[in-house]
Structure formats: structure tokens, C-alpha cells
Design a protein around this ligand. Structure first.
Ligand SMILES: Nc1nc2c(ncn2[C@@H]2O[C@H](COP(=O)(O)OP(=O)(O)OP(=O)(O)O)[C@@H](O)[C@H]2O)c(=O)[nH]1
Ligand SMILES: [Mg+2]
Length: 327
């Protein structure tokens, strides 16, 4: 076993990244791992599934758990997303609570405490994000917010003020995480960087570009599923086509026929753009050329359909509604 050959001084820590939608969780994750793996958009509820990704500093492995933004909703889809976020805490040895400085601060802390205080057993650190958007915010202000959060969240233990665009203070955060990492073997010792497959990130990147190109409520009523993912890397190297890494067909699900028309766009302009931009992202991920075929399908109320939700990696939550529709 690989683990038996690991250096005795190795250490490893799993760290959940929590907070309300749009506070900058995935941006911080990407900054820490040094690549744009997780999807980031200016829309709330971009991340829908919890997943792990990893970076190492010297002998310390840090496993980050990116989570969907916690929010209040009675919709089945949102309940399952929230459940993904709550599950992020399970098994995490350290939790980071991200709070967006450009929005009401105490309200975010209150909501988090109301939602999750009972579930927290590991240490919690307060990470005040987007410091560039609140330049007047002083270290004394940070301390005050930290003291406030400690009253509501007993496991609250440290605080940092960061900016994920420029990286301000993030190296201090990395140092602090490494300092508390317990000795133990690395779990991602085979060189992989995430617990999710390429298929998962393909759907994420298509959805990310759709989010970027579409406005209003449409992004929330849109999902992406893979129809076919053919790995072409093993093909004999004789034709030009054999340079292909993968041949991928995916479907963008929308709720209503009018949304299908918007996603396709005039003369197919929008879907073409989604395809071109997401292909660039996917090719970077797989390290080679791909063929990407995109379709748009009306799947009425897919966000209430257990079958689709399971396919999207969102299993039933403890507070799930009683729904079971056929596809
Ligand atoms: N100005 C500024 N913008 C930031 C910073 N960090 C993140 N953002 C922006 O905030 C928006 C949301 O960032 P995400 O990383 O997607 O936020 P998230 O918390 O993962 O959001 P969900 O997945 O929807 O819960 C994006 O437009 C980011 O570019 C920051 O430090 N400064
Ligand atoms: Mg996110």
C-alpha cells in the first residue's frame, strides 16, 4: 500500500469552506489550490455539490471541501444543496466560515449560527472576504466581528481578513492551517487533485459558462448532464483525429420551452458561445483536445425530479419533500 511508504513527518488536514452563497468560497479554494478548478460566477448558488480538492505545502496535505452556499429555502433542490453544505462539516478537522465584507456582516454570522452551530465540533475560523470592497474596514473592526462571532459560535477560534483576487493575507491563512494539521498519511498520494471525476467538472464548466452568458433567473433553472463521455486517449496514433482526448455529448436541461430558445439564442449564437468557452476550460482540465456536442432539452421542473437530482449528485436530504417523478 502507498500509505505505508509515506514519510513519517507527513501531515494532512481536511478543511471545509462554508458560508452564504456568493461570499467567495470557491474563489478562495481556487486561490489556495493555484488553479481555477472550482466554478466561480457572480451569481449566487453557483456551487451545487460538495467536493474535495487538495494542495500540499512541504509535507502537509490540505484537503479543501468546497460547499454550496447555505441559504433558506423550502424547495427540494435547495434543501439538497444545503444538505451538501452541512455534510461538508462531517469529517472536517477545521471549518472556515467565510463572511463577505461587502454585505451585512453580523446577519451572515447570525444565519450561520442559527443553521449550523449545533453541528460544529471541530474548530471554526472566521474568514472575512473581499477586503478590497471595504477598504475602510480596520483590524480593530475585524477583532470586533470576531468577538461577536465567538459569542454565537463556541468553536470559533481565529480570524483572517482576505482578498481572493489579490491573495492578501492568504499566505498567513495557509501557514496557520499547516500549523494545526495533525501528523498522518496523505490521502491523495496518487497525484489526483480532487475526489470528483472529469465528468463532474465538464458539467460544471458548461454550467459556469451558461451562468456567465445568461441573466436573471434562468441560471437557477438550468442544469447540465453528460450523455456520453468517450475517452479517446487510448486510440492508435495514426490519424489527426487520434489527437482527440475525449468526445463528449452533454445536455443543458431547462424548465420551460421559452428558456430553451434563450439558451440556444438567435441562430444558435448563445449555445455556440457556451460550447466554445466551456470547451476551452475542459481542454485545460483534460490536457488535450476534445469534441463537445451540446443539446438543450426542456425537462419541466427538473429541480423537483428525484431522478434528475440524483443524477446531478444531489441525494435526498433528511428534510427532503416526498417527491419521486419519472424522468
Ligand atoms: N472583489 C472581490 N470579489 C471577490 C472576491 N472573492 C470572490 N469574489 C467574487 O465574488 C463572486 C462570488 O464568488 P464565488 O467564489 O463563486 O462565491 P461562492 O461563495 O463560491 O458562491 P456559491 O458557490 O454561489 O455559494 C465572484 O464574482 C467572485 O469573483 C474578493 O476577494 N474580492
Ligand atoms: Mg462556490
Amino acid at each position: 500500500m502507498l500509505i505505508q511508504h509515506q514519510h513519517p513527518k507527513n501531515s494532512s488536514i481536511s478543511v471545509s469552506v462554508l458560508g452564504a452563497p456568493n461570499v467567495g468560497k470557491s474563489s478562495l479554494v481556487n486561490y489556495l489550490i493555484g488553479r481555477d478548478l472550482s466554478v466561480v460566477t457572480d451569481k449566487a448558488q453557483t456551487t451545487r455539490n460538495r467536493f474535495c480538492c487538495v494542495f500540499t505545502v512541504d509535507r502537509t496535505e490540505v484537503i479543501l471541501i468546497d460547499t454550496p452556499g447555505l441559504h433558506r429555502s423550502n424547495q427540494e433542490f435547495n434543501k439538497r444543496m444545503n444538505h451538501q453544505a452541512r455534510e461538508g462539516i462531517n469529517g472536517a478537522e477545521l471549518n472556515l466560515l467565510l463572511v463577505d465584507l461587502s454585505r451585512p456582516i453580523n446577519k451572515q454570522i447570525d444565519e450561520f449560527a442559527n443553521n449550523l452551530e449545533e453541528q460544529l465540533t471541530s474548530p471554526l475560523w472566521l474568514i472575512l472576504t473581499k477586503s478590497d470592497l471595504k477598504k475602510e474596514f480596520s483590524p480593530a473592526d475585524s477583532k470586533e466581528v470576531f468577538e461577536y462571532s465567538k459569542k454565537l459560535l463556541p468553536t470559533m477560534d481565529r480570524h483572517f481578513t482576505i482578498n481572493s483576487n489579490s491573495g492578501d493575507n492568504i499566505h498567513q491563512l495557509i501557514g496557520a492551517i499547516c500549523d494545526v494539521a495533525p501528523n498522518g498519511p496523505h490521502h491523495f498520494s496518487d497525484g489526483s487533485i480532487s475526489n470528483k471525476s472529469e465528468r463532474f467538472f465538464v458539467t460544471e464548466y458548461i454550467r459556469e459558462q451558461a451562468f456567465n452568458l445568461l441573466r436573471d433567473e434562468l441560471p437557477h433553472e438550468l442544469a447540465v448532464v453528460i450523455d456520453q463521455f468517450e475517452d479517446c486517449t487510448g486510440r492508435p496514433n495514426e490519424t489527426k483525429k487520434s489527437k482527440l482526448n475525449a468526445q463528449i455529448s452533454a445536455t443543458i436541461l431547462v424548465n420551460r420551452p421559452s428558456q430553451r430558445a434563450i439558451v440556444i439564442g438567435s441562430k444558435g449564437a448563445i449555445i455556440k458561445k457556451i460550447g466554445m468557452q466551456s470547451r476551452e476550460r475542459i481542454e485545460e482540465l483534460v490536457g488535450g483536445q476534445i469534441h463537445l456536442n451540446l443539446h438543450v432539452k426542456v425537462s419541466p421542473r427538473w429541480f423537483k425530479n428525484n431522478f434528475v437530482l440524483e443524477e446531478l449528485g444531489l441525494p435526498r436530504a433528511p428534510d427532503s419533500n416526498r417527491v419521486w417523478h419519472k424522468k
